[in-house]
Design a protein around this ligand. Structure first.
Ligand code: ADP
Length: 271
């Protein structure tokens, strides 16, 4: 069956039927859309409401973290206070990601598109990670310097930074190597991140971009992630008609590749 029209509340399909005939099926999806809107609004409102009390808690926790570091009344409480501080920062990251996802779903394609200098964007994200990250991972770049992309800068930055930070966080071996590539193929412009981390078993791959899906829930909750990174990546890529391909070999590592339609590729030499 091929969809012939997707109006706001009516899904129309035209199916071959008998000899040279067609059957038109119209399905009312207004209820489905209404439920989807209600869910989206609820998540956005709940995240927004949780933010205010959390900001108050975080403020007091920061004061207590400072106090516990001195010789004051909170001596001996350093470890639990540090842990509370860490958990409150994590909660804040989850709320930020939920709001970001809700915004991505509701705003759809409203954000402005422009020509983006992808090589510079990748370089500065990698510089940020090198500065912030205390691990000894080697990050190797293989970037086509004259290849730009037409798109939404904020969304593409989310895509690249989520994939990079996953590669850094999940590669826990000492000799971690992360390769970052940006290149052009005949029918696509591609960005990829390859790590030599733990890899992911095949049965998990189709579900990785679901919200809060984790391969190993116990271990990954403590990895500092939110469980929403790849869901955000998927949404942003959809807004650019791009595909996410994941190749992984347990024990050897993973490659996450984004393939953008070649119509979005802008060659600086040709400009
Ligand atoms: P999280 O915040 O938990 O990292 P993501 O949506 O970014 O959430 O990723 C979903 C899950 O995919 C992770 O919990 C992890 O199990 C797996 N995963 C993502 N990237 C990698 C990677 N580079 N190596 C191994 N596992 C990964």
């Amino acid at each position: 069956p091929s969809p012939v029209n997707e109006a706001d509340t009516l899904l129309l399909r035209l199916i071959p039927y008998g000899n040279n005939q067609r059957l038109l099926i119209a399905r009312d999806i207004s209820e489905q859309k209404r439920l989807e809107h209600t869910r989206r609004d609820f998540v956005a409102n709940a995240s927004h409401e949780l933010r205010t009390p959390l900001t108050v808690l975080r403020g007091y926790l920061e004061m207590m973290e400072e106090e516990a570091g001195s010789d004051g009344a909170l001596t001996g409480w350093q470890a639990p206070i540090r842990e509370m501080g860490e958990q409150s920062r994590r909660m804040n990251r989850i709320i930020d990601s939920l709001l970001k996802l809700a915004r991505l779903e509701s705003e759809g394609l409203q954000q402005r598109q422009e020509r983006i200098d992808i090589p510079t964007m990748i370089q500065s994200l990698v510089d940020d990670i090198r500065r912030a990250n205390s691990t000894t991972h080697e990050i190797v770049l293989d970037i086509e310097p004259d290849l730009d992309l037409y798109g939404r800068p904020g969304e593409l930055e989310s895509v690249f930074s989520n994939l990079l930070s996953n590669a850094v966080r999940y590669t826990t071996t000492d000799a971690g190597t992360i390769q970052v590539r940006w290149w052009r193929e005949e029918d696509a412009a591609c960005f990829s991140v390859t790590d030599n981390g733990p890899g992911i078993e095949a049965q998990h791959l189709p579900r990785l971009t679901e919200r809060f899906y984790r391969v190993d829930p116990g271990r990954q909750a403590s990895s500092g992630g939110t469980g929403l990174g790849l869901a955000i990546v998927k949404h942003c890529l959809e807004h650019h008609e791009a595909e996410l391909e994941i190749h992984s070999e347990p024990g050897f590592g993973s490659t996450f590749t984004c393939r953008f339609p070649v119509q979005r590729a802008l060659d600086r030499q040709a400009a």
